[in-house]
Design a protein around this ligand. Structure first.
Ligand code: UDP
Length: 241
């Protein structure tokens, strides 16, 4: 366990709680057992979900850090908590799509399950009241949500993360369909990949069976939601063994 003692609650989100520590440069992130979808309209509690997302996200951030990606993640502290650099989050959600599904199919009427000739990157403005609208880079620049140099760095890191994660998941027979990233800036001004990377924020399809192993099981009432998260963790934890 790290030296950082948990102090007060800074923020409680839909899936995580954030606590200050005795170090102003770090936070403790606690993963909750809550599921939410459709901008918080659909909710459920499932015991053990927080643990699985903490284990999965920690393993993925470890792998990205080892491959030179600048990340907020420092270490996993226990089953449901991790220590991370304290960052100020850019109000942007960066989505990468390798295969079409979800909102792009609804919005543009394109076919479901199309493998894109190259990955597609999209930006959304993080605002619950506005339901996270799709924006262009120009919106982010003109409204001051990110500077030009920041967007350039964010795009470079995002493409690198996509390449690394595609390899990572391919090696455990999982297709990385799409995912969402968030970025922040630490107290020293470094731009870091932040938030979580888990079955809540990615779509994972089993290469062999096409089974959905992510939050779509909750969104679409497919059942066996936690079994899918457990299966992702089982494959990750056996990697290289
Ligand atoms: N995503 C996310 N948080 C959001 C919106 C999307 O983590 O607030 C993830 C989602 O799990 C999927 C990808 O980003 O892996 C693309 O989501 P999409 O735009 O298709 O939206 P959805 O269909 O989930 O509303």
């Amino acid at each position: 366990m790290s030296q950082a003692a948990q102090k007060s609650l800074i923020y409680e989100g839909k899936a995580k709680r954030l606590y200050s520590t005795d170090d102003p440069n770090t936070v403790l992130i606690e993963y909750k057992d809550s599921f939410t979808a459709f901008n918080g309209e659909k909710r459920a509690e499932m015991s053990g979900k927080g643990r699985l997302n903490n284990l999965i996200s920690s393993a993925i951030f470890d792998y990205l850090a080892k491959n030179g990606v600048p990340v907020h993640f420092i270490e996993r502290v226990d089953e449901v908590r991790q220590l991370a650099a304290r960052v100020k989050i850019f109000p942007l959600e960066v989505v990468v799509r390798n295969i079409t599904t979800g909102s792009i199919v609804k919005r543009l009427g394109v076919a479901e399950g199309m493998k894109l000739p190259r990955s597609l990157m999209e930006f959304y403005y993080k605002d619950d009241a506005l339901k996270d609208p799709l924006i262009t880079e120009d919106h982010a620049l003109l409204f001051g949500w990110a500077a030009e140099a920041d967007l350039k760095t964010i795009k470079e890191i995002t493409l690198r993360v996509n390449d690394l994660l595609k390899d990572f998941f391919e090696s455990i027979d999982i297709m990385l369909v799409d995912f969402k990233l968030e970025f922040g800036r630490d107290n020293d001004g470094n731009l870091l990949l932040a938030d979580e990377i888990s079955p809540d924020t990615c779509r994972f399809w089993d290469v062999l069976t096409g089974d959905r192993l992510d939050k779509d099981r909750f969104r679409k009432n497919l059942g066996n939601v936690l079994d899918a998260y457990e299966e992702i963790w089982r494959r990750i934890s056996r990697m290289g063994k």
